[in-house]
Design a binder for this molecule. Structure first.
Ligand code: 13P
Length: 250
């Protein structure tokens, strides 16, 4: 059966207290979400332990990034092992904001994927084209995304089995400009096709999420597209009623 997944990326939002309250509110509403829908939230690093405590166990914990190194003199970094220790199961990697503001390039992301896999965490790997590339047409957007997917080629089966890919066109993130459901579906299907042909059958099983101004009003139409397994939600994941409503949109 196809997987249905909704992940909330809180980004650099909420104080610790606000984050715990948000986790408590989500936990109170979680029973509304149909069985079988996988729900993940990724709060800031500083909130992980407290949010884990406040969350209903039905909701899985994610982190927004991790270090490319295992441990040592890397001031400010947080390792995959530390995340695992906090109860994290999922790690978002390659988010466009990390690529843009923190120089997460292909070699760095390859190392991060390796770190995540080495401690048994599961990656949510983000891809997506910038606005100027999209303006040159869908095919150009696809070529860009295919270029980003290439680094998944070397991954072992155990990582691929636990991988999620999120298609997040950069121009749609936090802008209120959503991809049309058809375009989102087309890209997600292309990603699945690419994963099948380049990686094999196991690649074809990887769920592909859409992200970028996804909200309670547009989620149903986007999630109904063949190839879309759910959403990676930014702004709307900070509103418990709305996030739960998105998770009920399959
Ligand atoms: P928005 O839903 O706020 O556009 O953010 C999407 C995103 O970047 C999730 O990772």
């Amino acid at each position: 059966m196809d997987r249905r997944i909704v992940a909330g990326n809180w980004k650099m939002n909420t104080t610790l207290r606000e984050g715990v309250v948000l986790a408590e509110q989500l936990s109170q509403l979680v029973n509304r979400i149909p069985a079988g829908v996988e729900v993940i939230v990724a709060p800031p690093f500083t909130h992980l332990t407290e949010v884990r405590r406040a969350l209903n166990p039905r909701i899985m914990l994610g982190a927004q990034d991790c270090s490319s190194r295992a441990q040592g003199a890397f001031t400010g970094d947080v390792s995959a092992e530390m995340l695992k220790d906090c109860g994290v199961e999922w790690v978002i990697l390659g988010h466009s904001e990390r690529r843009q503001y923190h120089g997460d390039d292909t070699p760095t992301l390859r190392e991060k994927l390796g770190r995540v896999a080495s401690v048994g965490l599961k990656p949510i790997f983000c891809v997506g084209e910038p606005e100027n590339i999209r303006a040159q047409g869908q095919q150009n957007a696809w070529d860009w995304v295919a270029g980003q997917l290439k680094l998944l080629r070397g991954l072992g089966d155990s990582v691929l089995r636990e991988l999620i890919v999120a298609y997040e066109p950069i121009w749609a993130i936090g802008t209120g400009k959503t991809a049309t459901p058809e375009d989102a579906g087309w890209m997600c299907l292309r990603i699945t096709r690419w994963l099948t042909s380049e990686i094999g059958e196991i690649g074809g099983m990887v769920p592909v999420l859409y992200g970028g101004s996804c909200n309670a009003a547009n989620a149903k139409e986007i999630f109904s597209q063949p190839g879309v397994s759910g959403g990676l939600i930014g702004g709307a994941s900070l509103k418990p009623e709305e996030f739960v409503s998105i998770a009920c949109s399959f």
